[in-house]
Ligand binder design. Sequence first.
Ligand code: BDR
Ligand code: CA
Length: 310
Amino acid sequence: MTIATPILFDCDPGHDDAIALVMAHRSPAIKLLGVTTTCGNAEVKKTTANALRILEYIGAGDVPVAQGCHRPLARSLVLGTADGPSGLEGSPYLPQATIKPVDQHAVDFLADKLRASPEPILVVATGPLSNIGLMILKHRDVLPKIKELIWMGGVFYRKSEIITPTEFNAFCDPEALKIVLDSGVPILMVGLDVTMQVLIEAPQYAELATIDTPLGKLVNDWLLFYEKLHRNSMGVGGAMHDPLALALAIDPTLVRTRPAHIGVDLTGTYAFGATVADFWSERGEKDNARIAHEVDADRFFKLMFDLLGD
Ligand code: BDR
Ligand code: CA
């Protein structure tokens, strides 16, 4: 029997966050303790509505959802464009939810869940880190309860989807990212270096077509919308950024990692929000993260499609 790993999931759905949410609920290896939302792919009211819509649709209406930050900690709001105005375009038939978020801010919800747990818990974050950064400032006592933070964000080697070398989640709230990086919380960074290796192209669409269910059709429709920006700007299919981060809570062996100290540029004229890694302790700082730098894409897709299938 699989012993399910409890996780807390902070996200900004968003099509790829949405697929990750579905995977989290459907995996027997995961116990989804709660979902918190932030601004990013859309305003936080919309990302919250989307999280609720998805959870209710997949029969996970009992998973508590707590709405979080409506803007980054120190900067003006930045919103993504890849997912359209609602944050989840492409599925107008997906009903609005009847369930509601809990009456507690995400930051306090996360802290309460961590405090109440006898064991440290995995936290997966697939949006800008405003909620996690603010929780670190407000509830310092719960930090030892974070087993690891699996963070989708940052980039080192690859072409980025924002301004080389910055990644969207880092770019939206770099001050929050700095708080997280300096907090001592163990971090697994799942950046564009690996997520741009798991793209939805013809073979993946063919695989999805074999999932002849309403959920399979919904995911297909999400992906057709989601890939537009990627296809137009970079000539590739949609990248499974957030599903890969979530998948690592199920199977950490999907990636190879390297320890390093990561910093974030808060002042650069051109490289604002860029993540910078020191692999050789040249700056004399202790490693604060493991960086995923290689992924077994075939195994990832098998896991993803198994979870989306019947
Ligand atoms: C990240 O930015 C968002 O658009 C996606 O949901 C993902 O979390 C990729 O840079
Ligand atoms: Ca996201």
